[in-house]
Design a protein around this ligand. Structure first.
Ligand SMILES: [Zn+2]
Length: 447
């Protein structure tokens, strides 16, 4: 059976060519992006105090997309310092403000502003993007925050509705049994959620030790990078297909979506322009090399972001996708923030996810690094929430499993790292208050 091309392609062709059935080429995409970039720059320097200052004395005329390289970056710190200076419209044209608390630090939160037209772009992306995995008549449970108008769950529901798909906003999961009941009662056949929360649903067993039978054919994982171990277990448990979505609030929530080739996200190329740079030098990497994702919005009016450093690491996959699209393909995100364990060894949350979620007893966990007593020694504290009871053997298993992470194994052998395990047995889920990215808490710098 021929594989369906990503549903993003006809959508983007419709935006660029005015006809979704028309063949789309790279040249058309790039010409369109250049034109939108020119419009965005003009709009930003004419209306935003921040960009007026940032680009003063610089030539903002773009002859090619490469000319963008001459402009300085914008950073999350810029957003924290003075978000209102980014605004290109008056505050009463703003329909939605999203506040992102920075984790772990006492820094100011980030604020992002969206007009109604900006939100419409997101709904449109959800409408057309979701058709990659669900079809009219399907019933989707949205396990993302959705209580307020303009929240991610709300916009997704609106997008699904336009496609003839029923979206039911559930919010984040706090009680597994009640969520599972809702899935059954509402005849849900597709889920959208956060990886660890969806995994907990799949691992749930009733009082007789049986899994709850569900007929789910599609799962979309969002809001966090997705450990491969989680995707594989969901596929096995439910016999479903698991799709990954990449997005951040700064992108207008939606960024890119996997196709049935399951090998990288296709991007919202009519609304976003992404670059990959070397995070140290700030220069573009060679085609296909890994680096930091830099975001430029092409169609946003309220608060356009130009050359915004996301902190996310990935690469463009140069080979064509098996689905046959001309859209670019971004490799699935493997890691968020890197934490240096020793001078040469570093860790990411993804390293822990891959080995720990492969253990069936693990429901969730937290990692904290603190300073050791002597020299360069560090303590790694791992708080693990386990399903059911545990024994000394469980503890030894976990300790051995951590050695599968080479950075940990090496640092332990060199005597530079001590591991402390804290095991918690609980039937209730660690309740997450937000969809904030899970990350390693590095407390070694603070006394
Ligand atoms: Zn594809």
């Amino acid at each position: 059976m021929a594989m369906a091309t990503t549903s993003l392609e006809p959508w983007i062709s419709g935006k660029i060519n005015g006809d979704s059935a028309k063949n789309l080429t790279r040249t058309q995409i790039e010409n369109y992006q250049l034109q939108k970039l020119q419009e965005t720059l003009l709009w930003a320097v004419s209306n935003s105090k921040f960009y007026k200052q940032l680009y003063s004395g610089l030539a903002c005329e773009m002859g090619t997309l490469k000319d963008l390289l001459q402009l300085p970056f914008t950073t999350p710190e810029d957003l924290r310092q003075n978000p209102l200076d980014f605004l290109c419209v008056s505050q009463n044209e703003i329909n939605r403000i999203v506040t992102l608390q920075s984790s772990g630090t006492t820094g100011k939160p980030k604020r992002l502003f969206f007009t109604e037209a900006d939100q419409e772009l997101t709904i449109d992306f959800f409408h057309h993007g979701m058709l990659t995995l669900v079809k009219p008549g399907d019933r989707v449970l949205i396990m993302l925050p959705g209580g307020t108008p303009g929240s991610v769950g709300d916009l997704l529901r609106l997008g699904l509705d336009r496609a003839g798909i029923t979206g039911i906003v559930h919010g984040l999961v706090s009680n597994l049994e009640s969520t599972l009941e809702q899935i059954q009662e509402n005849k849900i056949n597709a889920l959208v959620g956060i990886p660890t929360q969806v995994l907990s649903l799949a691992r749930f067993k009733d009082s007789q030790g049986r899994p709850v039978p569900l007929s789910l054919s599609r799962v979309l994982l969002s809001t966090d990078y997705v450990p491969l171990a989680i995707a594989q277990e969901l596929e096995k448990t439910w016999g479903c297909k698991v799709f990954n979505h990449y997005g951040m609030t700064e992108m207008g929530l939606g960024g890119g979506l996997e196709c049935e080739g399951f090998c990288g996200y296709h991007l919202r190329e009519a609304d976003l322009y992404l670059e990959i740079i070397d995070p140290r030098s700030g220069l573009p990497v060679e085609e296909g090399q890994r680096g930091e994702i830099v975001l430029t919005t092409l169609t946003r009016r309220g608060m356009p972001l130009i050359r915004y450093r996301t902190g996310d690491l990935s690469r463009f996959i140069p080979e064509p996708c098996v689905c046959g699209t001309v859209l670019k393909r971004l490799e699935l995100l493997k890691s968020r923030e890197r934490v240096y364990l020793t001078e040469t060894e570093c860790l990411t949350m993804a390293d822990f996810d891959e080995v720990l979620f492969a253990l069936p007893k693990v429901m969730d966990f937290e990692v904290t690094l603190t300073k050791g007593g002597v020299g360069k020694e560090s303590y790694l504290q791992l708080r693990v929430q386990l399903k059911g009871s545990f024994s000394l053997a469980t503890q030894n298993d976990l300790s051995d499993t951590l050695d599968k992470i080479s950075a940990i194994r090496n640092a332990r052998q060199l005597g530079q790292l001590k591991v402390m395990l804290l095991l918690i047995s609980s039937t209730e889920l660690i309740v997450r208050k937000s969809t904030a990215k899970r990350q390693i808490l590095d407390k070694r710098g603070s006394d």
